[in-house]
Ligand binder design. Structure first.
Ligand code: ARG
Length: 395
């Protein structure tokens, strides 16, 4: 029998997929779980897979690769889709797809399957990454191909003895080290506030105030509160610290690539704090010209990552530019946290472009104000000229 590699989380969608691949496609299923920091019970997932009759289950610990090759570039790019979503799910998909292609090759599988629906972005990220790495592999997406809906899946699961967890009856959740994405259930009604049961890190009853110091080297967070820390554990710690101050919830209306507007809820305490701190350090160390241009690059970077084009050469082109800018993004940022609110209250860098002697309003400044008069005249020349011409013609 031909073999298929199924990207497997052990949740509702992918459990249903195992049965469909066996029954409808007559394939031997090898499940693959890629650990990107979802903190699941991986023994339990292996058991679910074997109970479903898979011929093999593969676990790959890709946490370091995820953080170094996917999360770090996202931090450097201050990546927030539509100014809000830190892209946790979006950047993990290409890595899972890449691992699936590698495993398929190793096990002589002719196809790769995933549990994405035809309504979301994840199908785009999986399909395009897989095809970019191996155009000959067949992609099977049972939920999309059969036009399955969540209620039908739950019925099918019951009929086939597939266990479903309580939380997956309520929401569709995707988690990794960079954040959690929570969709569906009561959240589909826009008036409904997400209930606390949707969150893992964020505490809503803490009124105390806290500070956290983040050290950066070349754009990458390297220390927390003065202590050197590898990026995966720094993110994990910060998720807990910032979450305990109620920080980390994003609740917004998002434009999916396929044209649907959806209500998306995310929990990403570390991502929000790190991107805010990183942006602040860039404001201190990059020139205004670099910042203005980089903002456009960031917007494009986030769009490529969101829309499944992780392997488009444009993304690596942009990374080259971003990487160059990060040579001076080294320093320390202090963030104050209180009841879901956070702001930068202190910053320092050996590459700081802030010059107190120039900026001060006191008489010890070495800035000669009289130079400004001519500058203002020339700076305003095009606008003043245009307005004069317009009003002359309207007269
Ligand atoms: N809307 C987000 C994205 O496109 C999250 C998708 C999350 N998937 C899920 N199964 N809940 O990246």
């Amino acid at each position: 029998m031909n073999k298929v590699i199924l990207a497997f989380s052990g949740g509702l969608d992918t459990s249903v997929c195992v049965k469909y691949l066996q029954k409808l496609h007559n394939l031997d299923v090898i499940t693959l779980t890629v650990d990107v920091g979802q903190d699941d019970d991986f023994d339990e997932i292996e058991k679910i897979s074997s109970d479903l009759g898979s011929i093999d289950h593969i676990y790959i610990d890709a946490k370091e690769e995820f953080v170094n090759e996917y999360v770090a570039p996202a931090i450097k790019a201050n990546a927030l889709y539509q100014q809000e979503y830190p892209l946790a799910t979006a950047i993990a998909r290409p890595l899972i797809a890449k691992k699936s292609v590698e495993v398929a090759k190793k096990h002589d599988a002719t196809s790769i399957a995933h549990g994405c629906t035809g309504k979301g972005n994840d199908q785009i990220r999986f399909d395009i990454t897989i095809k970019s790495l191996n155009p000959n592999i067949k992609i099977i997406a049972p939920i999309r191909d059969l036009n399955l809906t969540r209620d039908k899946e739950i019925d099918f699961a019951k009929e086939n003895g597939i266990k479903i967890s309580e939380i997956s009856k309520k929401y569709s959740i995707d988690k990794n080290l960079w954040g959690r994405s929570i969709e569906g259930g009561i959240l589909e009604v826009l008036e409904n506030e997400p209930l606390e049961d949707a969150f893992e890190y964020v505490k809503f009853d803490n009124n105390s105030v806290g500070n956290v110091d983040i050290g950066f080297e070349n754009g990458v967070p390297v220390s927390i509160n003065g202590k050197k820390e590898e990026l995966p554990s720094l993110i994990d710690k910060l998720n807990r610290i910032a979450g305990s101050f109620g920080i980390g919830v994003v609740d917004h209306i998002e434009d999916r690539v396929i044209g649907i507007k959806s209500r998306e809820v995310y929990e990403a305490p570390a991502a929000l704090i790190l991107i805010r701190a990183h942006k602040d350090l860039e404001k201190l160390t990059l020139t205004s010209h670099e910042l203005r241009f980089k903002a456009m690059v960031e917007e494009q970077w986030s769009w490529l990552a969101y829309s499944g084009l992780w392997l488009d050469p444009l993304l690596s082109d942009l990374n080259q530019f971003i990487e160059k800018t990060q040579e001076r993004v080294t320093g320390k940022i202090k963030v104050k946290m209180h009841s879901g609110y956070y702001r930068v209250i202190g910053r320092e860098s050996k590459f700081s472009l802030y010059n107190k002697d120039i900026a001060t309003y006191l008489s010890n400044s070495n800035f000669d104000q009289t130079m400004a008069k001519g500058f203002v005249e020339l700076w305003g020349l095009p606008s003043i000229t245009a307005n004069t011409v317009i009003s002359d013609n309207n007269a």
